[in-house]
Design a protein around this ligand. Structure first.
Ligand SMILES: [Zn+2]
Length: 151
């Protein structure tokens, strides 16, 4: 299942990527362009705009809440996710991450992190490096606090 999110849903798009969903997001984009991308790539359009399903014949999910928590719950209810897909996708650019060797992240991550962690993931799209550590833990804790459970 692939998605494209409207300009109002930047935070949701990032969180969905963290969870492993394939979500395109553009900050400045016309509705008609969003619809064209959704159609040509077979993506489900996520939108806060009630006008879109009225103006365009397109498969879309109307995101009802302004709150991230409720938005994520809505997504997870309709598109259940396996916890294993976490940390597979870049939060910034949606590319699939590649597992890389410690030696490949020399100079790209803080020395402390490089010494103490063994698993690193590199984004081929924007070169951001990820590792399982405080960042992932914080994200998971936030999900817990939001009452969001993964299966
Ligand atoms: Zn990236």
């Amino acid at each position: 299942m692939k998605f494209v999110a409207d300009a109002m849903l930047g935070r949701l798009a990032k969180w969905m990527r963290f969870l492993g969903y394939d979500v395109l997001y553009f900050k400045d984009i016309e509705d008609s362009q969003l619809v064209r991308i959704a159609r040509s790539e077979g993506r489900i359009l996520l939108t806060r705009d009630r006008g879109i399903p009225l103006r365009f014949r397109i498969k879309c999910i109307l995101i009802q809440s302004e709150e991230l928590q409720t938005q994520l719950q809505q997504i997870l209810k309709e598109f259940p996710l396996n916890a294993e897909s976490i940390l597979k996708r870049c939060m910034e650019c949606n590319s699939l991450l590649e597992k890389v060797d410690k030696t490949e992240v020399d100079g790209l991550v803080p020395e402390f992190v490089r010494i103490h962690r063994d698993e690193f993931y590199l984004c081929p799209g924007c070169s951001k490096v990820y590792w399982e550590g405080t960042h992932t833990q914080n994200m998971m804790e936030s999900l817990n606090e939001m009452g969001i459970k993964l299966y």
